[in-house]
Design a protein around this ligand. Structure first.
Ligand SMILES: Nc1ncnc2c1ncn2[C@@H]1O[C@H](COP(=O)(O)OP(=O)(O)OP(=O)(O)O)[C@@H](O)[C@H]1O
Ligand SMILES: [Mg+2]
Length: 398
């Protein structure tokens, strides 16, 4: 295929010389423009392989033609032609991105084809380098992505190994303690019934013992729930009523606080397979945490909506299939938030920042276990405006 050369030169004699030299060599197709402006126009229309441009032109100079071309994004190799003694111009052109320069002197005829070839070679090399660089960057990005995924997976593995061993331990201990606890509870009921109503001191002691047993029992239940690998009993149903029921169950707690609750449930959500009783526990845990985080009041928002996996990608990199729909439940509070160094620990069993006797630190580990049994995922992070957002995400059939 012929090499297309755009010659920009106002001197007809020079144009004739150039045409003759190139025709002699063969394999070239030449287009001629007599001014810089005409050259720029032809460049767009004709798309040459190389531009050969005189420096001294009637309107804009050769270097300005080059600048205009580069500004338009044309990468075409550019060779500037100068008269003998004005090499300074050549330097300027090279600085602006010319590939080479050529002096109109006795060696012109001889050098022209060689310089054209050299410029084209350099252009091809440059393109090849760019292509390789793009490939390298792509490979690096793929590597970084794979690395991130690997790290996430590793963390999950560590986490599940931790849960597994703690879970087994907890389940064992809980079973051992559950039965004696039931005996104590029954005994206390009996004592309470047969007490002399005038014996206030004993009555007080029995009442506080019953309260202590009730707490111990709820810890044991938490442990058993947390370690329960028992199967879900899922039914195809909407998640909204489950959330409404969870809210109804904590209405009493809520009424004791100065927290404003708003509920934004998307009525068009499709049904999913879910175990209502266990998911209630999830939302109760999250809402109770939010209430505890706002002891002097605040705003609590519980929201459901449908999104795509891309929209929640920042929360769960690589976790859900690209483009697939997901169901999102958000619980937002305006509490004090969680210090960054604490965030990695909040799902750990028994991790709590609450005073002894107020939190077992099992809420979130149980929550995560239940969400994962539903093929879902949970993320908790600070919101820029203060407080935290808990996002629970379930995959929807696409
Ligand atoms: N909404 C929230 N705002 C601030 N910190 C939170 C929030 N939710 C959880 N946390 C932090 O995470 C910790 C662990 O929460 P998790 O629910 O597992 O246990 P807990 O609430 O301390 O005890 P419990 O077992 O009674 O739920 C909390 O102690 C608290 O420090
Ligand atoms: Mg909790």
């Amino acid at each position: 295929m012929a090499i297309r050369i755009l010659l920009i030169d106002d001197n007809p004699d020079q144009a004739i010389i150039t045409r003759r030299v190139l025709q002699h060599g063969g394999g070239y197709e030449l287009e001629h423009a007599s001014s810089g402006e005409e050259g720029i126009e032809k460049l767009q229309k004709w798309n040459p392989n190389l531009v050969l441009c005189d420096y001294h032109l009637p309107g804009i100079s050769g270097v300005e033609v080059l600048k205009a071309m580069r500004k338009q994004g044309a990468e075409t190799p550019f060779v500037i032609v100068t008269s003998a003694g004005s090499e300074r111009v050549a330097v300027e052109a090279m600085q602006e991105g010319a590939y080479d320069y050529l002096v109109k002197d006795a060696a012109y005829d001889d050098l022209l084809p060689r310089i054209i070839q050299r410029s084209l070679d350099r252009f091809n090399e440059r393109n090849e380098r760019k292509r390789l660089e793009a490939e390298r960057q792509q490979a690096q990005q793929a590597l970084e992505k794979a690395y991130t995924e690997l790290r996430v997976m590793q963390e999950q593995l560590i986490q599940s190994a931790k849960l597994e061993s703690v879970g087994r331990l907890a389940a064992g201990a809980a079973h051992e303690v559950k039965n004696p606890l039931a005996v104590i509870q029954m005994g206390l009921e009996y004592l309470a019934k047969h007490l002399n109503p005038d014996d206030e001191n004993t009555l007080l002691i029995v009442t506080s013992m019953r309260e202590a047993v009730r707490r111990a029992d709820s810890v044991i239940r938490g442990l058993l729930d947390f370690s329960a690998h028992r199967l879900l009993e899922p039914k195809l149903q909407s998640i909204n009523p489950v959330i409404e029921q969870s809210i109804a169950l904590i209405k009493h707690e809520l009424s004791k606080t100065r927290v404003q609750l708003s509920v934004e449930l998307d009525p068009s959500l499709p049904s999913i397979l879910l175990d209502a009783a266990r998911l209630e526990q999830v939302f109760i845990n999250l809402i109770m945490n939010a209430l505890h985080a706002m002891p002097s009041g605040g705003n609590l928002v519980v929201r459901t909506r449908q999104q795509t996996a891309q929209q929640i990608e920042v929360l769960f990199p690589g976790r859900f299939t690209n483009g697939s729909p997901v169901l999102v439940v958000e619980v937002d509070d305006t509490g004090e938030g969680i210090p960054v160094n604490v965030i990695p620990k909040i799902f750990d069993p028994f991790f709590t920042t609450k005073p002894t006797g107020q939190g077992t630190g099992l809420g979130l580990s149980v929550t995560r276990t239940i969400v994962e049994l539903h093929q879902g995922a949970i993320d908790i992070r600070n919101r820029p405006e203060g407080g935290i957002r808990a996002s629970v995400v379930f995959p929807l059939p696409s």
